[in-house]
Design a protein around this ligand. Structure first.
Ligand code: ZN
Length: 330
């Protein structure tokens, strides 16, 4: 493994490599950023780079330390996770960490612990971990990952050096999917667009059968929305509300669809995102005015904001679909 396995994030990688090169490694880190950017992968790359015997501020993949790391048997590397049949990381697990961390490293200069999705620690567990963060052994490095630092108790956050990961440009995700995941050009462009800068989300979506089915249903529904009655709109909305809560990119999909309708109106057929539905989307081209498409695009963005705010979600989706239906030429 190497930092190269994570697409983009050049700023973050530079900071991490510099701390290794300049020997300024802290005792505690908090990796933050949206879901799907690869926080946990970045933490692992960082750990491997610290352990690597070649002193190149990255994992070489060849030295004995890298080999052990990549085979999950580096004796100085530990991951604390939720135990089977539990929903959070418990104080007992942190106490175990505290006992274990007091022994010196077996073979490296450091002992590295990763706690992924740190918000899953109970408050007791967090308070207990705080003691270790306040007085860590000189060889200890603890890396927490979490989407948002505000979800953790503030005393933990203030003890950690924050390392931010950022949403990446579509181009970077597209190239990654093409070069590393053998997506063809069109498929790479589609998923890079829908995942909005998050490479893991792009890969997950492409693998999810549920996503492929629901995308099919949504595109067909919108193209034929003038034939749908209120009951059908409520029914689809209910389904979409549930899957949106678990990561279905409804708003991205709607935006890409109206963008495609607009592009087909201008006869630029090779630039559409939903390339596999070109013929179906072409049927919608004469059903929406250009002005209405712009208005709907603004509206979808506005509803996306509502969705992530605290608006009642039950009425959000039907209301959006009624508005789309009302714009459709009869
Ligand atoms: Zn190495």
């Amino acid at each position: 493994m190497s930092f190269k396995n994570i697409p983009g994030q050049s700023k973050t990688k530079r900071i991490l490599k510099d701390t290794i090169k300049k020997d300024r490694i802290s005792h505690a880190y908090l990796f933050t950023g949206n879901k799907g950017l690869g926080k946990s992968e970045m933490a692992r790359e960082f750990a491997q780079a610290i352990f690597c015997n070649k002193n190149i501020a990255d994992g070489c993949g060849e030295c004995i330390s890298c080999k052990k790391f990549e085979h999950d048997n580096h004796p100085d590397f530990h991951v604390i996770d939720v135990k089977e049949d539990h929903s959070s990381i418990l104080i007992d697990q942190i106490r175990e960490l505290q006992k274990e961390i007091s022994y010196k490293p077996y073979e490296a200069d450091y002992k590295i612990y990763i706690i992924d999705n740190a918000v899953r620690m109970t408050e007791q567990a967090q308070n207990s971990l705080l003691k270790t963060l306040e007085e860590p052994p000189e060889y200890a490095i603890i890396i927490l990952t979490n989407e948002n630092k505000n979800e953790l108790i503030s005393t933990i956050v203030s003890r950690c050096q924050e390392v931010k990961l950022y949403n990446q440009p579509e181009e970077i995700i597209k190239n990654y999917l093409r070069d590393n995941k053998s997506f063809n050009k069109e498929k790479a462009a589609l998923y890079a667009n829908l995942a909005r800068g998050k490479y893991k989300k792009a890969v997950n979506l492409a693998l999810k059968e549920d996503f492929i089915d629901k995308r099919d249903e949504l595109i067909k529904f919108i193209v034929n929305i003038d034939k749908k009655d209120n009951f059908e709109i409520f029914e689809l909305s209910e389904k979409l509300k549930n899957i949106s809560d678990s990561g279905f990119p409804l708003f991205e999909l709607l935006l890409s669809l109206f963008r495609d309708i607009l592009i087909l109106k201008q006869d630029e057929n090779d630039k559409i995102i939903n390339f596999d539905y070109k013929e179906l989307i072409a049927e919608a081209v004469n059903k929406f005015n250009i002005d209405d498409i712009f208005e709907l695009t603004n509206l979808i963005n506005q509803y996306k904001g509502y969705y992530y705010g605290n608006i009642k979600k039950e009425l959000l989706f039907p209301s959006l679909f009624f508005k789309i239906r009302s714009k459709k030429k009869k």
